[in-house]
Design a protein around this ligand. Structure first.
Ligand SMILES: *[C@@H]1O[C@H](CO)[C@@H](O)[C@H](O)[C@H]1NC(C)=O
Length: 189
């Protein structure tokens, strides 16, 4: 058996295992070079955003009506992610914190998850008032692990706004077909 074939099998198994443990989007390519919003006005970014669509993330599995709130505190930014269980409708809240490390680049940490030392929340575009395009990508050998979110200020944004946000990912050939739309109908109050 050729060694490249062995490697391919190993890779498929490794990716398969990792995928089932923690399913985001894996791509057999390195992270694209992206540009972030710079200058970035963190104060204008604060407040509540609706999770419009994203790559499947294990920590959001089984939830809908997902929102993210960013609030300034003395040290950094308090992140409150809220979602509702699709079946029981019980509210799930994840409290984390964020800090701006460079314009448009944040480190976001949640207690209980390994804390990141490098920016893991890149804002590729935002007008602060209607949409934000958020990206995270890590290279793992020949593959990359990708997270992508479109956040909107309106619970039900216009297609013009969504298309504008999608176009930002498309500019970098980031696969938008794997973005899953978050239900925001009949959300608990
Ligand atoms: C935010 O500040 C708190 C308190 O100082 C700290 O524990 C936490 O790690 C900070 N978060 C980030 C992402 O730096």
């Amino acid at each position: 058996m050729s060694s490249s074939f062995t490697c391919l099998i190993f890779l498929l198994v490794a990716v398969g295992c990792y995928h089932s443990a923690n399913a985001q989007v894996f791509t057999l390519a390195q992270c694209p070079t992206v540009q972030v919003v710079s200058p970035f006005d963190a104060d204008k970014y604060l407040g509540t955003w609706y999770n419009n669509r994203n790559y499947f993330a294990i920590f959001q599995a089984g939830l809908d009506c997902i929102t993210a709130n960013y609030a300034k505190n003395s040290d950094n930014i308090t992140v409150t992610n809220t979602g509702f269980n699709i079946i029981t409708r019980s509210k799930q809240v994840a409290l984390g914190s964020a800090r701006v490390v460079e314009p448009g680049k944040l480190i976001v940490n949640f207690p209980g998850s390994p804390s990141s030392q490098t920016a893991n929340y890149l804002i590729l575009d935002t007008d602060y008032e209607s949409y934000a395009v958020v990206w995270s990508c890590s290279n793992l050998g020949p593959i990359s692990l990708r997270f992508a979110w479109i956040l909107t200020r309106d619970q039900v944004p216009t297609s013009t706004i969504v298309n504008k946000a999608l176009a930002v990912f498309q500019k970098y050939a980031i696969n938008v077909n794997k973005l899953k739309v978050t239900n925001h109908n009949n959300c608990p109050a």
